[in-house]
Design a binder for this molecule. Structure first.
Ligand code: TER
Length: 334
């Protein structure tokens, strides 16, 4: 795989500079993730726990020094034990809390189980359909990610291995909330068509109940990275839904600020106070609280800095299969 790779390193200390007292050992095994043509970062590994190759992508589970267990697909970080809860809380709870009482959820992607886990915290939820194209990822994660075992075993979870677009087209039922927990739009990757206007308009929207809400992860949203796909996804959703809200949070293991976009034909944040969101968290979520989000945090996450806000307002690009935009890197080239 040309993007992420593990490498051996002896560190930077030569024998001449070894301190007399025992210093903590630098890791001798490192994982490198390419973030751009001339930008890469790396993190020390304790062990490579598992690697696999599926029909769609290269899969790895790594035990890392800074981030705990890390799942990578095609060499790109997907989820890290130390902060995956930030990403998954931001993906799931705004949409579910803004809904009047979500009972049925469809997750496009989400094979590692964390999104389902967060949905199942909502007392109102009766059914979660998790539809991932890659059976290997699902098997891999259900076997190795202890934190999601309860979700995988829940009788409310219906696990489907299929392309989310085909599955939504095939099913006749509608959902209260549809969630896009997809890998980033990569050229040659399995997911980029699921960020397109055609998918939102012709596949997602018809499968939402009246007052239904759609939310998707929307790629990097940092001051230097937000124009890769975040602004385009936002503008594309604006062409399909009446009410669209972009928000972001820093996810340290993603090496960037991350973006999400929530969309509906019912009013979203404008009808909801921060206090009401807090009340809903207490009333509707098992345990009565979240780890990252509360009313003020959710509100704050929708207030974006001037650079990003102006780019969102000025974006004209509509994401279609023909005019797709991609983040840096690529999936498996056939
Ligand atoms: N359930 C989480 C996995 C799928 N979606 C998230 C994709 C996020 N990609 C992060 C890339 C980080 C690049 N440094």
């Amino acid at each position: 795989n040309s993007h992420g790779q593990a490498s051996q390193s002896n560190g930077t200390l030569s024998s001449m500079t070894q301190p007399e007292v025992t210093a903590p050992q630098r890791p001798s095994l490192w994982f490198e993730e390419d973030l751009g043509e001339s930008l890469r970062w790396s993190f020390g590994l304790k062990r490579i726990l598992h690697t696999g190759v599926s029909k769609y992508q290269d899969i790895a589970l790594l035990d890392t020094e800074p981030f705990g267990k890390v799942l990578t697909l095609d060499g790109r970080m997907q989820s890290a034990q130390i902060d995956e809860w930030v990403y998954h809380e931001c993906l799931v709870h705004p949409a579910l809390l803004l809904h009047q009482g979500p009972r049925s959820i469809f997750i496009a992607g989400g094979g590692e189980g964390s999104t389902a886990r967060e949905c199942l915290l909502h007392k109102s939820v009766r059914k979660v359909v998790m539809c991932d194209i890659d059976e290997e990822v699902v098997k891999f994660c259900s076997a190795h990610l202890e934190v999601n075992k309860v979700a995988f075993e829940s009788s409310k979870l219906e696990l489907v291995i299929n392309d989310a677009k085909a599955e939504l087209k095939r099913r006749e039922e509608r959902f209260d909330v549809i969630i896009g927990d997809l890998a980033d739009p990569l050229e040659w990757g399995p997911c980029y068509t699921l960020y397109s206007q055609g998918f939102y308009q012709n596949v997602v929207k018809p499968r939402l109940n009246p007052n239904g809400i759609f939310v998707t992860q929307a790629g990097p949203a940092g001051v230097l990275s937000h124009r890769e796909v975040f602004t385009s996804i936002y503008n594309t959703l604006k062409s399909v839904f009446t009410y669209v809200v972009a928000y972001s949070a820093h996810v340290p293991s993603y090496c960037d600020v991350w973006g999400w976009v929530v969309a509906s034909d019912q009013p979203l944040m404008s009808q909801m106070s921060s206090d009401e969101l807090d009340r809903r968290i207490v009333q509707r979520i098992k345990g009565g609280q979240l780890r990252y989000l509360d009313g003020p945090t959710l509100y704050a996450s929708t207030i974006l800095n001037r650079t990003v806000r102006e780019s969102l307002e000025n974006e004209k690009h509509v994401y279609t299969e023909e005019s797709a935009r991609f983040v840096y890197g690529h999936g498996r080239i056939p």
